[in-house]
Ligand binder design. Sequence first.
Ligand code: ZN
Length: 163
Amino acid sequence: MSDPLDDMYREIILDHYKAPRGKRPLDDKDIESDGHNPSCGDELTMQLKVDKDNIVQDVHVDCKGCAISVASGSMLAEYIKGKPLNDVKRISEAIKKMLKGEETDIPEDLGDIDSLKGVRNFPVRIKCALLAWMTLIEGVKNFETGTKPGSFTVSTEDDKKEH
Ligand code: ZN
């Protein structure tokens, strides 16, 4: 029996799991996106409020799922608040690559998100960590193309197509 995560990382992940950031639903939102990860059963709802300059003002993430998926969503909520949407997009794509073990050059200090790196050794958990970031990427894409919020669901199963 081995634990999927290093001890030093497990503590950070459990902290987010026990007290997820961004719990409060937003009254006013510009981006809404739902994601699910059928391989684990994780379900996630995300809401974003952006200002006229496309800076993320507020984030709501509600994830019902395993510790990794909840923690990843919580870290996302904490990290993207106050950032311009363009940065958010770039960082999300970079984190997606990082979690999948692909080459990235992330200049930013990712803080707690760094602790998710441990899942790369456990393919079954990678999708759990990816869920929040993929839901965010889809939500932003819909926002930019003017697609109505909440009108779609992203599945991490779709990721297979990229391989
Ligand atoms: Zn999961």
